[in-house]
Every structure is written in structure tokens, then in C-alpha cells.
Design a protein around this ligand. Structure first.
Ligand code: NI
Length: 172
């Protein structure tokens, strides 16, 4: 089932999400719905707070090439346990900020630990787009958006555009 995606500004996007104690059928259903919503958007990552659920779970799949095998990952309680000193700049976007893009600098490589939807523990080192995407999604769990890395003026400009977009959508 496709879920509605919250658009910034929304107080739920600024909240710190709660850790998951145990995997459950409800959590697995939410994970499946988040993946469906992400692929449909289309996007390469989505975090539970973006669909209004303040739970530490994200879905990512950074395989974008046509015909390549998808690699959907569900990360519950994801945590960056190591970051490289080397930084990387990517032009980021976000499903909660439609059509807004900006360069963000982040560690080029991160080692992340998480639990999957079946309760199995994982640990993996990501680089390239995967590293950026996973860090972007984990930020959502701490109420942080990529525009929080931008200069205030640019952030305010984007926020004003989003307020206008939400007003237009509400009228439609
Ligand atoms: Ni995002």
C-alpha cells in the first residue's frame, strides 16, 4: 500500500523517532509499504517519519540503473558506528522536499549497524551514493533534513517554496 508522504514544513519531520524494541508483523507491513511508496515516488530512500510514523526505520535502494537487480534494504535502529575523514559532496533531494536539490558534504564512507525486519543484526560499510543516502535517511530519524546543512537564506527560500506548494495542493 502506498502511503502519503509528509511535505516540509511539518512538525513530525522535526521530531526524534523512537527506537524499535522488537520486529513485528506491523513493522514488516510498514516496511513493505515504505518500499512501495519509495519505488513509486520514485526515490532511493525513505524514513518512517516521512510517512508520519516516528519509529527508527528507513528503507533504501540506491540501485538506479535500468535493468539492474534492486537491492531493497530495511534498516531498523540504524546507527553510524564509523565515518571516514574523507568527505564527499552529492546533490541531495528528498521526498519531503519535492523538486528541491542542493549540494551537501558528508563523510564519504560510513559503517552502519542495523537490524532488519526479521530481527537479524547487520553491519556494513557503504560508500558513494549509498553512504550519502543512508546518512540522509538516518538524519530523518533525528528530525534533521538535508536543508539543515544549507545556509539559512537558502533554507528559508526552500521552506517558503514548500509552504506555497502545500497551500496549492490543499486547494487542488
Ligand atoms: Ni529525505
Amino acid at each position: 500500500m502506498k502511503l502519503p508522504i509528509l511535505i516540509h514544513p511539518d512538525p513530525r519531520l522535526k521530531k526524534v523517532s523512537a527506537a524499535v524494541e522488537d520486529s513485528s508483523d506491523a513493522l514488516r507491513a510498514l516496511a513493505a509499504n515504505m518500499l512501495e511508496t519509495m519505488y513509486d515516488a520514485p526515490g532511493i530512500g525513505i524514513a518512517a517519519p516521512q510517512v508520519g510514523v516516528l519509529t527508527r526505520m528507513v528503507a533504501v535502494d540506491c540501485i538506479k540503473e535500468e535493468g539492474a537487480t534492486p537491492r531493497p534494504l530495511i534498516m531498523i535502529n540504524p546507527e553510524v558506528i564509523e565515518s571516514s575523514d574523507e568527505q564527499n559532496v552529492y546533490e541531495e533531494g528528498c521526498l519531503s522536499l519535492p523538486d528541491q536539490y542542493a549540494d551537501v558534504t558528508r563523510p564519504a564512507e560510513v559503517t552502519v549497524s542495523w537490524m532488519d525486519e526479521n530481527g537479524n543484526a547487520h553491519r556494513e560499510t557503504f560508500d558513494g551514493l549509498w553512504a550519502t543516502c543512508v546518512q540522509h535517511e538516518i538524519d530523518h530519524l533525528d528530525g534533521k533534513l538535508f536543508i539543515d546543512y544549507l545556509k539559512p537564506l537558502k533554507r528559508q527560500m526552500i521552506t517558503r517554496k514548500m509552504v506555497k506548494l502545500k497551500r496549492e495542493r490543499a486547494r487542488a
